[in-house]
Design a protein around this ligand. Sequence first.
Ligand SMILES: [Zn+2]
Length: 118
Amino acid sequence: MEISKTKNVPTALRNVIAKNILRARTSVTKAIRHRKEEDVDESQKIKNLKSDILNSISHIFGEHKNCSTLAYFCQKTVPDVINYMPDLRSFGLEEKIMNAVRYLASHSKSFIMDVIII
Ligand SMILES: [Zn+2]
């Protein structure tokens, strides 16, 4: 991802992104493991995983938009005191990050069926 090279982004925000982006990978890996074990049919597993992946950025950067609805790894219903999502939005970074995340989410079926290991 070329976010670290995006112009006009304050260094502090760049550092926050750099520090937290690896957490996205971890949370997706955890979500795959969790959803695979769920006692629901395959299409529901895929749907749930997709929602998890799409929500991961909001969770990681302190907004927790759909965390309580997804209801297994985070119960927060309100944003953290330090919520970076408004900053990411104002610098146009949410879209860039979400493009990558949407791409990842589009592989949910393969993740559930073990075709792709990340
Ligand atoms: Zn959360």
